[in-house]
Design a protein around this ligand. Structure first.
Ligand SMILES: Cc1cc2nc3c(=O)[nH]c(=O)nc-3n(C[C@H](O)[C@H](O)[C@H](O)COP(=O)(O)OP(=O)(O)OC[C@H]3O[C@@H](n4cnc5c(N)ncnc54)[C@H](O)[C@@H]3O)c2cc1C
Length: 428
């Protein structure tokens, strides 16, 4: 019997990749066994095609082609709220949400954190963050996620993973949060820290081969599999630069594809210098991918020169896409005002919006991170005007707690005044 989880899959199997990433990002130790033919290392009546990916647990249970929530239940992740009502609910466990949860818990607020995938958010998939204060040698996304989760749990924060916040409704003075697994909870305040999701590469073949050679983000689980191979990374910002640096440790060659003429402008100076010093990273500028080719697994890509228009076909083993982000806020779009790109409006940006006056119910102005629904705040990358940096997201998370505390005090005060008037009605 194995003493830890083993994932069996083939390189073509997208769900196998999804499960590996999920376990890795949720800090669960596992072995990966790649199946190349029809022979399976465990007994089953099914063919490899029907039962992969398979996940074997230490108690001997084997799950065939499982969904993430089934794996999550088996490894003991909490998926339902323990309480009916919380002082604070946080949506998203990236740097903004984790900071809000730590401050919320440490201020004595009963706090629940709802995360659709894994703690750490976008930084959780990062190989090394070098510009966050207090970590002169850098910190990996995994270390950040593990330490932040531990810190939040120390302050009593409840994590619900992998569960998505689906809808939010006003219910008297509280908010009802409906979750993807059918459960719901009440919260006095909500901090939306849902970040952005990867912008999809919309060219023929990309969707079909996602998880089978084509990956969004830097997918650290693919590092060792890239040994001696040819890898392409697409994107001109820090996230792509870090991914290129990470894969250069394993791959024979890393090609960094950028649309523009040079890296300067979107990428930090320190990273540009590091990239130029690495012998196996080759920058392909003025380039864009126009087609992804392969039958069941990625084989080649067609790249167009943005100046000459000439298209060339290059063979490769893996393609990592980091081409920007789109806000993750559809589930609150009925309630919360957004800009034309979908970023959430708060504070003075909200007041400037022509829809503000008809939705805002108070005489006071909204706080800087407050939305058009009093008691609902936004922190991090999903907020319009945010800096799209880890420390900035953490700063938002801390500030949002201060504003949530002010809101709770305001509500308690108005309830006390209301109760006083009810108990002491005016007599003529
Ligand atoms: C590869 C990479 C490298 C980077 N490197 C750096 C760097 O070196 N330095 C730096 O300062 N910044 C860096 N950044 C930027 C940094 O990661 C982001 O600015 C930061 O993660 C934003 O934090 P956030 O909490 O706002 O959002 P995110 O980190 O995006 O977290 C949002 C979380 O919300 C969850 N979520 C979304 N919708 C729902 C829902 N409906 N229900 C429940 N949960 C939901 C998501 O699953 C996610 O976990 C990098 C980004 C990437 C992608």
């Amino acid at each position: 019997m194995p003493d830890k989880i083993t994932v069996y899959s083939s390189r073509e199997n997208a769900n196998g990749f999804t499960i590996k990433e999920f376990l890795f990002r949720n800090l669960v130790k596992f072995d990966y066994h790649e199946i190349t033919g029809d022979t399976l290392p465990f007994r089953t009546e099914h063919s490899a095609e029907d039962c992969l990916p398979a996940v074997e647990f230490p108690d001997g249970t084997i799950m065939f082609d499982p969904r993430l929530f089934t794996v999550a239940s088996k490894i003991g992740l909490q998926q339902k709220p323990k309480e009916e009502c919380y002082d604070l609910a946080v949506m998203g466990a990236g740097p903004a949400g984790l900071t809000a949860a730590v401050y919320g818990g440490s201020e004595g607020l009963s706090t629940v954190l709802i995360e659709r995938h894994s703690p750490g958010g976008r930084i959780g998939s990062t190989s090394l963050v070098e510009n966050v204060l207090g970590h002169p040698k850098g910190i990996t996304g995994k270390e950040f996620a593990a330490a932040s989760r531990e810190q939040a749990e120390k302050f009593g924060v409840e994590f619900i993973v992998p569960v998505e916040l689906k809808t939010v409704e006003k219910e008297n003075e509280t908010l009802r949060l409906n979750l993807s697994n059918g459960s719901s909870l009440l919260a006095k305040t909500l901090i939306i820290a849902a970040g952005v999701k990867y912008r999809l590469l919309e060219v023929p073949g990309a969707d079909r081969l996602t998880g089978a050679g084509v990956y969004y983000g830097s997918a650290m689980t693919e590092g060792r599999r890239s040994k001696g191979k040819v890898v392409y990374v697409v994107g001109g910002a820090n996230s792509a630069g870090q991914a290129a640096m990470y894969f250069s440790r394993f791959a024979a060659q890393v090609n960094l594809i950028i649309r523009g003429k040079e890296l300067e402008g979107k990428m930090s100076e320190y990273l540009i210098r590091e990239i130029h010093d690495v012998h196996n990273i080759c920058i392909q500028n003025n380039s864009e991918i126009v087609r992804v080719n392969g039958d069941t697994y990625l084989e080649s890509i067609d790249i167009r020169d943005t100046i000459s228009g000439e298209v060339r076909t290059n063979r490769l083993d893996s393609l990592f896409l980091l081409i920007g982000g789109v806000p993750h806020a559809e589930c609150v779009s009925d309630l919360i005002l957004r800009d034309e790109e979908g970023f959430l409006l708060t504070g003075h940006r909200l007041e400037e919006d022509p829809r503000f006056a008809e939705t805002w119910p108070y005489h006071r102005r909204p706080a800087s991170l407050e939305t058009n629904i009093p008691g609902v705040f936004v922190a991090g990358d999903v907020r319009k005007g945010s800096a799209k940096r880890m420390a900035a997201a953490m700063g938002d998370g801390a500030n949002a707690i201060q504003q949530a505390l002010d809101y709770i005090r305001e509500m308690e005060k108005s309830k006390t005044i209301e109760a006083f008037h009810t108990e002491n009605p005016k007599t003529n």
